[in-house]
Design a protein around this ligand. Sequence first.
Ligand code: 4AD
Ligand code: MG
Length: 457
Amino acid sequence: IDDVKGGPDEGLDHVGKTIVVMGWVRTLRVQSSVTFIEVNDGSCLSNMQCVMDLEAEGYDQVETGLLTTGASIWVQGTVVKSQGSKQKVELKVIKIVAVGKSDPSYPIQKKRVSREFLRTKAHLRPRTNTFGAVARVRNALAYATHKFFQENGFVWVSSPIITASDCEGAGEQFCVTTLIPGSQEAANSPVDGIPKTKDGLIDWSQDFFGKPAFLTVSGQLNAETYATALSDVYTFGPTFRAENSNTSRHLAEFWMIEPELAFADLNDDMACATAYLQYVVRHVLENCKEDMEFFNTWIEKGIIDRLSDVAEKDFKFEFPLEWGCDLQSEHERYITEEVFGGCPVIIRDYPKDIKAFYMRQNDDGKTVAAMDLLVPRVGELIGGSQREERLEYLEDRLDELKLNKQSFWWYLDLRRYGSVPHAGFGLGFERLVQFATGIENIRDAIPFPRVPGSAEF
Ligand code: 4AD
Ligand code: MG
């Protein structure tokens, strides 16, 4: 449908051609001499209006009830100028085939359904306008992400999903184990049979990896190893956090983009984050016009203007904060929405006690070279820092935080053999999707959300 209607003439340049459309029926209006079928194939927001008279081959399927909302169809017809004002062209049906009929219980009927309801129908919600548009914009953002980094000489590195180290040190990891056998039955009634040590603790040496292993919370530490060999690199993959927060901006499984820049400091990091964000926003504004108009009308009024500002303007400010308090979501929203009038803001040089072990200590001895980029509505979109590249400082910090130095031996090696100043950041991809579409809840920014108490679909 996009091939025909997506052009500058909205399909007029295709008038007279015979085409085939395959998709799903959105609505069906049966009149005495003519039937109107709106079909969507997911290629764009627009439906193709199919106009079918009694002579069309396959018309009988209307009468036998095979053609209903939700059914999948194959339809061949001629592109003609539309009589209606809603579209420039429509399809005069030559032949129609109901490929898969739809049971009358189909839950996504024309009336507007709430996004809460659609979360319980995650397998069918991509057939709605909103979720189709979100999926296409998400795809465009992923494409633009790779394009930006590739054009700027970054190498994409796959970081592991299973790891023994806790990058953020926040203890929010999911454990991966074979000690509890994988069958659903066993998972429901676990406990015994699990090997224990003399002290009654779980004997991890008997486990698959010989020690506790977890789903990664961040690919950063692995990205650093490649940045100190290949120079600029980035990761783009799934990450996991078992934080028990039921909010509109937290998922247990989310995708993260983590660039790591070699021979770089915090200023280079901030410049990269700004250029990246402006690039992907511009890409979406230029390439997803129809979907963005939809969000502008139905999801967040004025989002196109707001994103256009982001793509153009510089967003660095100096802003003094009270010493020692971490920012809660309310503070972050207040700063971007009230203080800076809806503009993204970078906050830098956080107190070291509220930040992770790997961040580079500033000369004042109490702050680290960290930066967070906040955006309106979403809050923290990016968290990054210059990394501590000095072996002694890093070892001291690990001791101070009582972290197990042994387990970071390979990470410390990077500081032993040709250490360089380097910096990077992590961007939560679903929060970027929220920011770019205006979708209020992060659960609607990923196809299949994983949140506390819910891992269906
Ligand atoms: O600020 P965070 O925890 O930083 C890191 O993980 C660093 N290792 C990144 C780096 O420097 N390479 O997470 C980075 C971003 C956040 O700013 C946020 O956008 C997103 O990841 N994020 C989440 N998104 C959805 N659900 C969650 N539970 C998230 N936790 C973090
Ligand atoms: Mg953070």
